[in-house]
Design a protein around this ligand. Structure first.
Ligand SMILES: Nc1ncnc2c1ncn2[C@@H]1O[C@H](COP(=O)(O)OP(=O)(O)OP(=O)(O)O)[C@@H](O)[C@H]1O
Length: 771
């Protein structure tokens, strides 16, 4: 089904749901999240049940994560937890026996009876009676109590150690999963601010799965303690047992309520938190320091950082204080119930209905049971709260990877029904456009559902994790191999594209063919779509419509890594790695990182060799000052290093996006000469605003508002007298100090006048100033 025609014009950024569309300005107050809808009692109950089920259902995935992190630590922690859970009952029973033995000894002394105690020994056959002195009994019971305490302490310490080990491993596993996942996602994922928030929440909450696990094991331990204690307590008085059981329930309700509030608040404040981190980065990295100082932005940014951080912390503090106060109120209710029942037992003991040992046992058991109930309930609350965060982790992990999306798109094109994966991927019943076999005629394919594939993913904004792309779809996809050796023919076949989150087409129906070995210059005014075209060629994004073919193979069907290994690229916003010069270049071909002759060869090709050799340690010199005492390079030198990295590969296709922006005229001239030499048998795409270089290309494509408006050699375009001719003349005139821009050098023929009637459109076209 044809998709809607997109507006051609400047795309407006999507409004940020946080109400703070800028990272630098806007209100610093964090508005309250919208109040949760007040649900009828029955609905609240249902919701509660659903939350409980979701919390319980979340447990197996946490256990799986723990098992993945360390199977032995998971098992050890489970065992130790259960064993440690038995000890409070054991300690209470020993204490009761000890107190009763002491009371017995005191009574014997007071009544001057012989000092003897009868012991019932649990031996096979009939109960065996042994007789000993009361002092001995007291002595051995005290020893037993010491042993019980000591073993309990040792086991508790062992559990803490295992817990620590598991926590570290789990944190590492989770953060590795998060960064690995981030590296597999499509570039489009990063275009949405919700994605960033989700990524940040998932990365920040690396310990949450572990908290769920410890809480769960804590719950188990409490259950064991609880079951053993409640038995002792009910033996004394069933009603007392009931009171201590029920008293902590209100505190649980308060806890649950605040648990979901805390999570809602953290979701709400996440965009603010991201802004705080952005400001922190601006203020602490050397790249940004120059402008921050020059424009004296430091005090403003610091102030904003302080205000945002203070508000953020205040919000968290408020919530925490409210929670503490509410919990305090309800714990007082529990305390009154506990003290009242203790008073009752004490009165019973005073009246002789219970022994002192019973009183001791009751004291311990009652506080243990009550503590147990509230700890079980708060464990459930914590598990519920942690589960909400763990959901974020799983929501991120469920985001389809680049490879999965490729498989889903291929299935869509082949007309296979795929299960509906949230996030706008093709679902059952999506009628994809018929894809034509690659041929020379290249009729225009119809608009299709591929647009839907790139829509912002609604699931990043909350809700249940998306349904994953079915394994069968992923496994059914077999990437098409590229021909070996690759020639490097490139065809754009009616390609249109818009960036996710915008409603403007960055490329509109772009069609052209490039023969292997051609050097193509792409020119056009700022924002015309030049870099976008290159990004699509490298498959950093997928076209909404149309196809891109390399040697007749649709790149949508090629494995992304295989495809990209055929490209040598330098981007406008290249990376300056804080690493040695050799590493900066060698990273262009990771498996050849250590191959120094090759690295140096690439350095020569990129024009960096000369100045690198003059550095103190040559190619081993550290570039940038983040780590160690490195050297800072000039913009042009960094660009030459990036260019050299692009030349590290034996790539069939070279993509240079404004490689000359920071180069002086001589350096650019040399670069282009080298490029021509290196590009023999290689296809090269060269984006530049410098027409003196551009004119040397085999062919020039002129882009305007996302479409190709002119194409040909320099001479052909000058003869056409179109936009290219106009802009070339403007730039040449600036060099020749001819403000009218009326004279125009054309190739080797020397300056000529623009053809009469050639359009002049001031304000359009690339920056005509000489660079
Ligand atoms: N990541 C992005 N998300 C949304 N819109 C984008 C993104 N990158 C570029 N655009 C928009 O797409 C259009 C084409 O941008 P592109 O970077 O391809 O232009 P360009 O011709 O390379 O410009 P320049 O000469 O300034 O480098 C512009 O309107 C730009 O605002």
């Amino acid at each position: 089904m044809p998709g809607p025609r997109r507006r051609r014009g400047r795309g407006a950024p999507e409004p940020d749901d946080s109400g703070l569309p800028s990272g630098l300005t806007g209100p610093v107050d964090i508005p309250d999240p919208p109040p949760p809808a007040r649900l009828p009692r029955r609905e609240r109950f249902r919701k509660g049940v659903r939350s409980a089920v979701a919390t319980a259902a979340g447990l197996p995935r946490v256990l799986r994560l723990c098992w993945q992190a360390s199977p032995w630590a998971t098992v050890m922690l489970a065992l130790l937890t259960v064993v440690v859970g038995l000890f409070p009952a054991l300690t209470a029973s020993t204490a009761r026996l000890l107190v009763d033995a002491v009371v017995h000894a005191v009574e014997i002394r007071a009544s001057h009876r012989p000092d003897r105690a009868d012991l019932v020994l649990p031996l096979p056959g009939s109960p065996h009676l042994a007789t000993t002195s009361t002092t001995r009994v007291v002595f051995w019971l005290a020893v037993t109590q010491f042993v019980v305490y000591t073993v309990s302490e040792v086991l508790t310490a062992a559990r803490s150690i295992v817990q620590r080990v598991l926590s570290d491993r789990l944190s590492l596993t989770v953060s590795t999963m998060v960064v690995a996942k981030a590296s597999q996602l499509e570039l489009s994922f990063f275009e949405q601010s919700e994605s960033y928030d989700l990524l940040q929440r998932a990365a920040d909450q690396g310990t949450r799965p572990f908290n769920t696990l410890t809480t769960f094991f804590g719950l188990l331990q409490t259950l064991v303690t609880f079951a053993s204690m409640i038995g002792l307590l009910i033996g004394l008085n069933p009603w007392l047992g009931l009171i201590v059981l029920v008293a902590p329930i209100p505190a649980f309700v308060v806890d649950t309520r605040y648990g979901s509030w805390t999570y809602a608040r953290s979701r709400w404040t996440s965009p603010v938190n991201r802004r705080i981190m952005y400001l922190q980065r601006l203020l602490t990295t050397d790249n940004d320091a120059k402008e921050i100082k020059l424009f004296n932005l430091g005090p403003y940014l610091v102030d904003r950082f302080r205000l945002l951080s203070a508000n953020y912390n205040q919000r968290l503090r408020e919530l925490s204080i409210r929670r503490q106060l509410a919990e305090l109120g309800w714990s007082l209710v529990s305390e009154i119930a506990r003290s009242g029942s203790y008073l009752y037992v004490a009165l019973q003991a005073a009246a002789g209905a219970l022994t002192l040992g019973d009183l001791t046992l009751y004291g311990t058991a009652a506080s243990s049971v009550q503590g147990g109930v509230s700890s079980m309930l708060s464990s459930l609350t914590q598990m519920y709260e942690n589960n909400l965060y763990v959901d974020d982790l799983y929501r991120l992990l469920a985001a389809p990877t680049e490879a999965e999306l490729q498989a889903a798109r291929a299935a869509g094109r082949a007309g296979l029904a795929t299960a509906e994966p949230a996030g706008g991927q093709p679902g059952p019943g999506v009628a994809p456009p018929p894809r034509r076999p690659a041929d020379d005629t290249l009729p225009k394919p119809s608009r299709g559902s591929a647009l839907a594939l790139m829509k912002p993913s609604p699931w990043t904004a909350g809700g249940p994790p998306p349904k994953p792309i079915p394994r069968s779809v992923v496994e059914a996809f077999t990437p098409t191999p590229l021909p070996v050796p690759l020639r490097g023919d490139v065809v754009f076949d009616h390609v249109s594209f818009h960036y996710p989150g915008t409603d403007r087409n960055a490329l509109v129906d772009v069609t052209f063919e490039v023969a292997a070995g051609e050097t193509i210059a792409i020119v056009g005014r700022n924002g015309a779509g030049k870099s976008t075209l290159i990004k699509l060629l490298c498959r950093l994004y997928s076209p909404d419509e149309g196809r891109i073919l390399i040697d007749g193979v649709d790149i949508a069907d090629v494995d992304a890594d295989v495809l990209r290994s055929q490209f040598g690229a330098v981007f406008q916003d290249h990376v300056s790695f804080q690493a040695s010069a050799a590493e900066n270049i060698g990273l262009g071909q990771l498996d050849e990182l250590e191959d120094r002759p090759r690295v140096e060869g690439a350095g020569v090709a990129g024009g960096a060799d000369e100045f690198i050799r003059e550095l103190a340690q040559g190619y081993d010199t550290s570039l940038g000052r983040w780590f160690g005492n490195g050297v800072n390079l000039s913009g042009g030198q960094w660009q030459k290093v990036a260019l050299s990295r692009g030349f590290m590969r034996e790539a069939r296709i070279l993509v240079l996006d404004e490689p000359s922006a920071a180069l002086d005229a001589r350096a650019e001239h040399d670069l282009f000469a080298r490029l021509r030499a290196l590009a023999t048998n290689r296809t090269a795409f060269y984006i530049s605003h410098r027409f003196s270089t551009v004119r040397q290309a085999d062919r020039i494509l002129f882009l305007d508002e996302g479409g190709i408006t002119e194409s040909g050699t320099h001479h052909e375009l000058m003869a056409q007298g179109g936009q290219y001719a106009e802009l070339f003349s403007l730039q040449a005139a600036a060099y020749l100090d001819d403000p009218a821009g009326a004279t125009a050098p054309t190739g080797e023929a020397g300056p000529t006048r623009l053809p009469p009637g050639a359009p002049r459109r001031p304000g359009r076209g690339p920056d005509p100033r000489p660079r």
